[in-house]
Design a protein around this ligand. Structure first.
Ligand SMILES: O=C(O)CCC(=O)C(=O)O
Length: 263
């Protein structure tokens, strides 16, 4: 983060990196200026409109394997439309979270994907899930991180993202053989922070959520247990996301369907 970003986001770069390591997430208040937010929101609206029109009334299931390359329904009424950095028209290294991403993933961190997730009014909460699995038995530093940018103020009624604090160290299915990988990655009703500590003398990771003001960013480790909450308001909730990986990490759980809505 540059100094302007630091002033807004309250944490220094090293504090933000430490929180990401200890809690698995960090909320950076008003990290982005309104010009950046407006421009990301404009592109997001246009692209979502085009893709939803092209999808029309076609049936689409829940989850990335049931979706299309251009749109995935992450839970009923929660739409994920991928958008490339070039379409957003941003310079990757000028983005205010880039210093934190490179501090955590290394200077050669790579952009994996980006886009917008929109939850419709009445959209229910997701099941707890992680976005990719641990890759070693011991706890390593993150192989991927995500940034969720609030494109407008998100009060609690709109259902911000909930994070299970510290759960990134407990979702290791290679270390804890009571955990079932598919039930962590794919939304499964029985997955909860409590199952991570079954039989262990550890407390259950606390579910933490907070309202977000426009331009605030939630940064989280891909291995963190999290979920989008229900949208109980009468307006759609939009967050842009930007995902990065350590150079050389290859993930295959995020966008599994290769079919196109334009085929
Ligand atoms: O909508 C959200 O707040 C989070 C979405 C999410 O975690 C997902 O779709 O994997």
């Amino acid at each position: 983060m540059d100094s302007a970003a630091e002033a807004n986001s309250k944490y220094s770069l090293s504090e933000a990196a430490e929180l990401l390591a200890s809690d698995g997430y960090v909320l950076l208040h008003q990290l982005c200026n309104s010009d950046l937010v407006r421009s990301i929101f404009r592109v997001s609206r246009q692209k979502s409109h085009t893709i939803r029109e092209a999808l029309g009334s076609r049936e689409i299931g829940i989850g990335s394997a049931a979706g299309y390359a251009e749109i995935v329904q992450r839970s009923l009424g929660r739409w994920d439309v991928p958008i490339e950095l070039e379409e957003f028209g941003v310079d990757e290294m000028a983005l205010p979270w880039w210093p934190l991403v490179t501090a955590v993933l290394g200077g050669d961190a790579e952009h994996s994907f980006s886009g917008v997730v929109s939850s419709e009014p009445g959209c229910t909460a997701q099941c707890w899930h992680t976005d990719s699995p641990h890759i070693a038995k011991e706890h390593l530093t993150p192989h991927a991180v995500n940034i969720l940018m609030a494109l407008h103020d998100i009060p609690m009624t709109m259902g911000p993202t909930e994070c299970a604090r510290g759960s990134h160290t407990l979702t290791n299915h290679l270390n804890n053989t009571t955990l079932v990988l598919d039930e962590l990655i794919y939304q499964h009703a029985s997955t909860s922070p409590a199952i991570l500590v079954n039989g262990l003398h550890q407390s259950v990771p606390a579910g933490c959520t907070s309202a977000m003001s426009e331009g605030s960013c939630l940064v989280f480790d891909d291995r963190l247990l999290h979920r989008g909450l229900a949208n109980q308001s009468d307006s759609a909730r939009h967050v842009a996301y930007f995902s990065y990986r350590r150079k050389g990490y290859v993930g295959d759980t995020h966008f599994e369907s290769k079919r196109s809505i334009f085929e």
